[in-house]
Write a protein that binds this ligand. Sequence first.
Ligand code: ZN
Length: 102
Amino acid sequence: MAEISFSDALDVRVSWALLQIDHLAWPEREFDLEMVGMDLEIAVSGLGRRAYPDFEVPLLIADVAQLVCWFEGGFREAALDDEISECAWCNDGTGNPCPIHD
Ligand SMILES: [Zn+2]
């Protein structure tokens, strides 16, 4: 497992807090805020990927359902990648995924 540092978790938690403040202060900038939210989703799901195979949600994000959801998404992606890398049918040399992983 790759360690998720306190500062990695703090970065995404601070970004989440800033996003909430921006939503309150500038609701008319919805499009910009969506873009920031997407960047944050990518960052948090990246933490979930790095956590695999030990599912341990960093305490700094554990109380925010949306952050936990993104974290779980990344974790599940890593688990699926792992499963595919072990799948005999996906790795039969044809380069095609099996029906289960297609
Ligand atoms: Zn497969």
